[in-house]
Design a protein around this ligand. Structure first.
Ligand code: ADP
Ligand code: ZN
Ligand code: ZN
Length: 676
């Protein structure tokens, strides 16, 4: 009887790390889906190319069933999964099974055959042949360089509105012409409908499917199958789509490649962008990373010649980028600066737009009415009883909500400590800003877009539609309004209070702020006729900060050079490689004690000699969430392989450390963490 290696879904801390051995009646191809007994259950498994441990003398359990209707997963898919599991230190089974639609695991062969029959009826919508715009010189040059290849990964650095999407569309057309499939990744599910519409219009006779968390399980299965069978030519999706099974993959596009949402924040904390680059090499597919403000990691690779650098500095239609004006809050009358957040220059700029019938976008990256309520008599503030954080005041439903654990209560009528009825909001979120704008600009149509106003399905689309239709004069919002939207009537973008990120302990905060402001600026003046009048206003207490100087000049390269210099001095990415070990326990001491113990094991494994530095355990910046204390320990190495080697030796040992630490609840490793 042939022996097959089968990967089953195993939890992170399970002792089963690799494939298990089973007996089969016949040789089964790698990548085939099977049902196998595991303990008292029967579970779905994947026949793995190699690696089952032979245990002589042990009688193997037989494979219980085979999904014969399903073509096996490609060998390259198995290698991608294996790489991701190894690199991010999770089990192969966990990564493999998370990458498959959950529905697939529930079906037997007969049911699957039914689904496949239905899938055969899936037709593309069809439509008129698309009108292709004549490419700009920059677009032509970028596409020519891409076609010539040289490097498998290209970084398209293009200003907002330079026509990057058109480059993606043409690159996809080329891949399709060559008989290959294209995978297009976007950071946010909200951006997929827009992109889908553009692709559907361009490729009316091709099957386009999407993969993101907003699909029903049945939809996800259908779309996944269409990709896996090679019927879908184009797959659009969020980070999870990087694991789509694509037998003819020829191109991967990663739009807004700098966006933090490409990094998963739970389970296997993978970076879809980094996996896309790896996958491209593995499958001989071109990888096209695009951004107006590339991540410093990608920029560094392009500077070193590892990635092909494509530049499109010019906006389509000759529109200029908006003029950036800094409002020095030190010179604004105190009353206006502190109580209103709306400086006289900003009010004047808003009124001008109103008078001209143009739109304004006011950015404040904090939702709710006020980040905290306070009592003016005693020291009471609206802390969360379960977290080391304030609860945010939401005026619309008069609640105090914790944005970390979700704990929500009605706003008390009086101070819970001293009974004083005069409790006041401190600081300002989008809700309060919206209210202030409505009061200060009588007659203006003020609207707000943030996670609170768009909770219901379809609300974001309808709100955006009303902005596009010109039914809104002033749009207030969080970063959600800065991303991707092709607003045509916006001539003013204002950032009300962006300074906090300048002094954050998070080393990437500056990079993120710069990207956000550049992207927000890109929403203004997209219509060339208005470009000359368009401007961005930044209210700041630190007008001489170099980040703002680079922003005024729209000079990403200057910002990148300065920041890369700082990172090199500080030993931070991309000049160093990091991993974070996190622990959660009932007490901070218990969390840190486990990390100390883990550090001891790393020492014994020769971390220092291998060039891996371990920093002392510290509480996380929000130490307590939902009554759980959280601590972390940073690992840093100049060499990525050295860090990887240590992690591979270290992690298996950590699974065994648990017993001695009763207070420990959970631990996890984050390789290439976004924030430390
Ligand atoms: P980006 O993705 O770089 O921000 P877009 O691809 O959204 O820019 O392009 C901005 C606008 O210019 C869009 O409305 C798009 O349809 C248009 N556009 C892109 N390329 C061309 C072209 N070659 N000729 C005319 N219009 C174009
Ligand atoms: Zn009080
Ligand atoms: Zn809380």
């Amino acid at each position: 009887m042939p022996t097959v290696a089968v990967v089953v879904d195993t939890p992170q801390h399970s002792t089963v790390r690799g494939p298990l051995s089973y007996a089969a009646d016949e040789a089964l191809p790698a990548g085939a889906l099977v049902q196998v007994p595991l303990g008292r259950r029967t579970v779905c498994g994947i026949v793995w190319p190699a690696g089952a441990e032979e245990e002589p003398g042990v009688e193997l359990k037989p494979v219980a069933g085979v999904l014969r209707s399903l073509p096996p997963l490609p060998a390259s898919w198995c290698r991608l999964v294996e790489f991701a599991a190894g690199y991010y230190q999770r089990s192969v089974g966990e990564v493999a099974h998370a990458a498959l639609p959950a529905e697939l695991r529930k079906l037997d062969d007969a049911q699957l055959a039914q689904r496949l029959k239905k899938l055969a009826k899936l037709a593309p919508a069809g439509g008129p042949a698309p009108q292709l715009p004549e490419l700009t010189e920059e677009q032509v040059r970028a596409l020519e360089a891409l076609a010539q290849g040289g490097a498998p990964t290209a970084l398209l650095h293009g200003s907002t509105g330079s026509g990057k999407t058109e480059v993606y569309l043409r690159a996809v057309a080329q891949a399709l012409q060559a008989g290959r499939q294209a995978l297009v990744l976007v950071p946010e599910i909200n951006l997929t409908p827009q992109l889908e519409a553009r692709f559907a219009e361009r490729f009316p006779d091709r099957l386009i499917v999407s993969l993101h968390s907003g699909l029903t399980p049945a939809q996800r299965l259908r779309h996944w199958l269409a990709a896996h069978l090679g019927r879908a030519d184009i797959v659009l999706g969020t980070r999870m789509a990087v694991f789509a099974s694509l037998p003819r993959l020829g191109l991967v596009v990663v739009d807004e490649e700098h966006d933090p949402s490409y990094k998963s924040q739970e389970g296997a904390r993978y970076s879809a962008r980094d996996l896309a680059v790896y996958r491209g090499k593995l499958e001989g597919a071109t990888v096209l990373l695009g951004s107006a403000t590339p991540s410093l990691e990608s920029w560094y690779q392009a500077q070193r010649g590892r990635y092909l650098k494509l530049s499109m500095p010019t906006r389509i239609g000759g529109g200029a980028l908006p003029r950036v004006r800094l409002v020095d809050m030190n010179h604004v009358p105190k009353e206006a600066a502190f109580s209103h957040a709306l400086s006289p220059p900003l009010m004047e700029a808003l009124q001008q737009r109103l008078a001209r019938g143009e739109q304004s976008l006011v950015l404040l990256n904090r939702r709710g009415y006020a980040p905290v309520l306070q009592c003016l008599e005693c020291a009471w503030k609206s802390g969360c009883p379960h977290c080391s954080a304030w609860r945010v005041f939401h005026r619309s439903d008069r609640t105090l909500r914790c944005h970390h654990c979700g704990y929500t209560e009605r706003v008390p009528r009086a101070c819970p400590e001293c009974g004083n009825p005069d409790i006041q909001p401190l600081g300002r979120g989008t809700e309060r800003l919206e209210e202030q704008l409505a009061v200060s600009l009588p007659g203006a149509r003020v609207a707000r877009i943030d996670a609170d106003t768009t909770r219901l399905k379809g609300t974001l689309e309808s709100q955006l539609a009303s902005v596009h239709a010109g039914e809104v004069d002033v749009l207030v919002g969080t970063q959600m309004v800065a991303k991707g939207h092709d607003f045509r009537r916006v001539t003013l973008v204002a950032a009300v209070n962006p300074d906090a990120a300048l002094f954050s302990s998070d080393f990437r905060a500056g990079e993120r702020l710069f990207a956000l402001l550049m992207q927000a600026a890109g929403r203004a003046g997209r219509d060339a006729a208005q470009a000359g009048r368009s401007e961005m206003l930044i209210q700041t207490w630190h007008p001489t900060h170099p980040l703002y100087a680079a922003l005024r000049a729209h000079d990403y390269e200057a910002f990148a050079a300065e920041t890369l210099g700082e990172r090199e001095m500080a030993g931070l990415p991309p000049h160093a490689h990091l991993a974070l070990l996190r622990a959660e326990a009932r007490t901070q001491e218990a969390a840190q004690a486990w990390l100390q113990d883990a550090a001891r094991v790393a020492d014994e494994l020769g971390a220092a000699a291998a060039g891996v530095t371990l920093y002392p355990p510290v509480p996380m910046s929000i130490a307590r969430v939902a009554n759980v204390e959280r601590a972390q320990m940073l690992l840093e190495a100049a060499s990525r392989p050295a860090l990887q080697r240590l992690l591979s030796a270290w992690l298996p040992e950590l699974h065994g450390l648990r017993g001695a630490h009763k207070g420990l609840l959970r631990w996890a490793i984050d390789v290439d963490p976004l924030a430390i």
